[in-house]
Design a protein around this ligand. Sequence first.
Ligand code: ADP
Ligand code: MG
Length: 731
Amino acid sequence: MSSLRFKAVEEAFKKKAIVVTPPSKFTSDYYGKSVFNRATMAKYLSKDTLKELKNVIDKGATLNLTIANDVAAGMRMWAMDLGATHYTHWFQPLTDGTAEKHDSFIDYVGAPGETVIEDFSGKLLAQQEPDASSFPSGGIRSTFEARGYTAWDPSSPAFVVDDTLVIPTIFISYTGESLDLKAPLLKALSAVDKAATAVCQMFDPSVKKVLSFLGWEQEYFLVDEGLYATRPDLVLTGRTLLGHESAKNQQLDDHYFGSVPSRVAAYMKDIEFEAYKYGIPAKTRHNEVAPNQFELAPIFGECNLSVDQNLLMMSIMKKVARRHGFRLLLHEKPFAGINGSGKHNNWSLGTDTGVGLFTPGKTPEENLQFVTFLVNTLMAVYKHNALLKASIMTAQNAHRLGANEAPPAIVSAFIGTQLTAILDKLENSTSEEAIVVSAKKKLSLGIAHIPEVFLDNTDRNRTSPFAFTGNRFEFRAVGSSANCSSAMATLNAAVAAQLTEFKSEVDAKIAAGSTKEKAIFDVIKSYIKASKAIRFDGNGYSEEWKLEAAERGLDCETSVPKIIKAYTSKSSIELFKSTGVLSAVELHARNEVKWETYNKKIQIESRVLGDLAINHIIPIATRYQSFLLENVYKIKAVYSVEKAEKLGKLDSALIEEIAEHISVIKINVDAMVEARKVANKIDSEYEKALSYHDDVLPYFDIIRYHADKLEMIVDDEMWTLPKYRELLFIR
Ligand code: ADP
Ligand code: MG
């Protein structure tokens, strides 16, 4: 009866790894071949144009039309050499993923209708109006009656995918409001550059620029394509809404870091070859904790580029999965009862002089600088912990956070025992004690020799959402399907504002007669005290932590719509305004989009769940029930009354049990539909989101509980939906 499921299982078992061969023996031979990088630019652009373009990229100089025309011509030649016939402006709307609209290079030459040539002007490279009016803008575009424009981001190189030249762009309204995720990120990066450079110059006047770095770790699940196709919930929502946990899942830890299954190994190689073509420095690949869960991590890079590379990588991974008979699941929680997927964002700041600002230094000055950046970051995370949580929160990620796995729905920071000891020492010493000016006039804070080796091996706290890991912070709460821009724009903006405040406090003290060292020390000391509540080295999963965090005044909200509201709190609006990242109008508009997206996601899930329950689960259970009834009936016909009662006991009990589950499911699906109707009538997206969260979502667990019970009762032969053991262990 459930032939589709069994057929899919059978087919999946038969699949073998496909053979993949690298484009060339050495990775360096083809690395970055599909990217218009500096080496390629040098081949396709004139010396003068290249020089001007480098000024635009590195120094933010404005692009004039002549240069734009030259760059566009070179870019087109290069792209056509790789087989491109089309071009597109690639942008990052407020919804998931990326957007693009392809145009051909062709244009009439001479009278319309005669001959065409390939053409691509500087104007087309620099700016487009993709219409794209169906993308959510939170009312900005209708209010301002503004058109949406995409504008080239020269700091992220163009690339060729299949037959198309892809140009990374920002997406803004005619009146300048950001309609995407990239524009605010670029603004935040520039804010942190400015603020951090000013602070660095207190230590080293030769620093001219500070870069923000990102190294993402992409977790994902692979599911056999045939099995995937028979699960409407996976197809429509990216996660399983039903399914009893498998007898074996991750409890033996035998998948984690285990040998990679051969079909998956071929897939991993394939995505790496692709990554290298696009200059994505894929470095690490391994099995993750849950069965059929894996991870890919590149070497870190400049934040804006790294974000774009992650978006490109996600789309490559999706595409290549099909070649291997898999479907890629980037959902944060595709399966209940086992780990979900995150995307740890390894973040750091570094100077143009090559100094990592979170890398403990070799000299006392460097260590004072290190402590300055460390403590300011802790302060920023402390002040904006609610906002940082909002920056990673979505309907999907909510299943991962706060559940019994990293990280909890509370943002705290872990710095390890050694750094804690150093901060404690600083906190408890007077500036006179701490600052010892030696004969060589060198500053010592008792932190002169932070042993680097030890720091690199800090006792890693896997339960912390924001952990210091030797030379960087790891923001672990980011979801696997997320665009890192959101988290990175928020974190960089928060640190930028904090560093600016720090600088002005230090300057004020110096103006009042303090020495520079004492001023820095005094401000740091006050920050260590003030931000103490954010530091937590214990078990972030524990119930006690939730209570303690609340006592410490950290944000413990778990309702997604309310968490999102942190974006428009007084302190967030001030933060984004002072750093020039987003205006209050933009923030309000963005929240509208977030709530709307949340509502749509829950609405779709609720519909799919209702459909599965009523049209799949109940009919199957009823069929099995009637099979049992028939059996009881036959027993009665064959045996004496007493014997029949005995023999039919088990069946009768099951029949009643099934009836009970069916009835609970039916009642709750009906109630859920009613709750949805009520929610849908609400005009305000926020109020609607509250209603979806408070009144619709709770039915999911009840319905699932009973459907999963039925899965354990009903004859396996009859069950149509592939089970967890099949989805998770066939590869
Ligand atoms: P783990 O799983 O142990 O956390 P991985 O090797 O999987 O580590 O990933 C760590 C990521 O952090 C990589 O992308 C790596 O390049 C990146 N990384 C290392 N140093 C820095 C740094 N200073 N700034 C930002 N990212 C970094
Ligand atoms: Mg990792």
